[in-house]
Design a protein around this ligand. Structure first.
Ligand code: ATP
Length: 319
């Protein structure tokens, strides 16, 4: 193995730059030639690939987003498109790839490995929805951003005795919402792992109001319901001003927190060591604070992460 390429794919996440930096510097220090591919699998297909030196990753550790750019490129499902991408890699004599992204990107990495270029994937997504790893790069930064937003909403909803609904990212994984709700002291939590009935939520709110609650914050994961409609429904039935806030892409931005920078640095460094040992079709994770590797199939086929019922129990006891 002499030449390694790195790309970021899917939704961006804070800490991706720190991961690229770690991969590039570890590679260069192991006498490898390092290449960066712009805009994920799209750039691979379009042959937008540059050689990366030490200085290309200088002053990157603290920067959010990904300087290589990221893209969603559904055409990569097509075998012929992938064949062109593989040709581009082979023309540059790149021997292996490191792919930073979510579980969709893992599927692409698996297919490239099957076409003869070994790939190792790093979990880069704020959603923390990848099976087999306790945490993903970007999760803790997003969590801090959400908590800051909830704190601000608390100030204003307290002043106006308002009910605030906060929609949090995470797709079908409630980790971000649950942790943010505990850290932000939210009164109500709605997660993808629960059966959601707006009537039951309303009942809980009405009981809380009867007990003297002056305001409330409801944390809810995206893709569960239309939060604007939910706000109208609660306002109508409680006679309390109710507002929905969709945090949206704000959750993806910002400088990575220390944990994400360190996690990215460790995982990038570990990925190079595994590639040098000839591994492919693997992904990197962290389990009980130890960096591990495991088959990409394990991550993609067991899609659902174990839900942290113990945390939910704590949250409920803190209402
Ligand atoms: P996030 O968790 O932030 O959404 P992700 O990596 O899961 O990140 P996706 O859009 O699902 O994001 O996947 C990123 C890219 O990976 C896709 O745009 C596509 O190029 C590639 N990809 C996804 N699934 C496959 C697949 N089955 N085969 C080949 N390539 C795929």
């Amino acid at each position: 193995i002499k030449r390694i390429g790195v790309l970021t794919s899917g939704g961006d996440a804070p800490g991706m730059n720190a991961a690229i930096r770690s991969i590039v510097r570890t590679g260069l220090n192991n006498k490898l030639e390092m290449f960066g591919i712009y805009d994920g699998y799209l750039g691979l297909y379009e042959n937008r690939i540059i050689q990366l030196k030490y200085s290309n990753v200088s002053n990157m550790i603290n920067r959010g987003g990904t300087f290589l750019g990221s893209a969603r490129f559904p055409e990569f499902h097509n075998h012929n498109i992938r064949t062109i991408a593989i040709k581009n890699i082979k023309n540059l004599k790149i021997d292996a790839l490191i792919i930073i992204g979510g579980d969709g990107s893992y599927l692409g990495a698996k297919k490239i490995t099957e076409l003869g270029i070994p790939c190792i994937s790093l979990p880069g997504t704020i959603d923390n929805d990848i099976f087999g790893t306790d945490y993903t790069i970007g999760y803790f930064t997003a969590l801090e951003t959400i908590i800051e937003a909830i704190d601000r909403l608390r100030d204003t909803s307290l002043s106006h005795q308002r009910i605030s609904i906060v929609e949090v990212m995470g797709r079908f994984c409630g980790d971000l919402t649950l942790s943010a709700a505990i850290a932000g002291g939210c009164e109500f939590i709605v997660l993808p792992n629960m059966i959601f009935k707006k009537e039951l939520l309303l009942k809980e709110i009405q009981i809380a109001i009867k007990k003297g609650k002056k305001h409330a914050i409801i944390a809810i994961t995206e893709c569960i319901c239309d939060v604007e409609q939910l706000a109208k429904y609660i306002e109508y039935n409680t006679n309390r001003e109710t507002r929905a806030t969709i945090l949206g892409h704000i959750q993806r931005g910002g400088a990575p927190v220390a944990y994400d920078r360190i996690l990215a640095s460790k995982m990038g460094n570990y990925a190079i060591s595994k590639i040098l040992k000839g591994y492919g079709g693997q992904c990197i994770g962290i389990k009980n604070e130890k960096i591990i590797h495991y088959d990409i199939d394990v991550a993609t086929k067991n899609k659902k992460k174990k839900f942290q019922y113990n945390l939910l129990k704590i949250a409920k006891e803190l209402y």
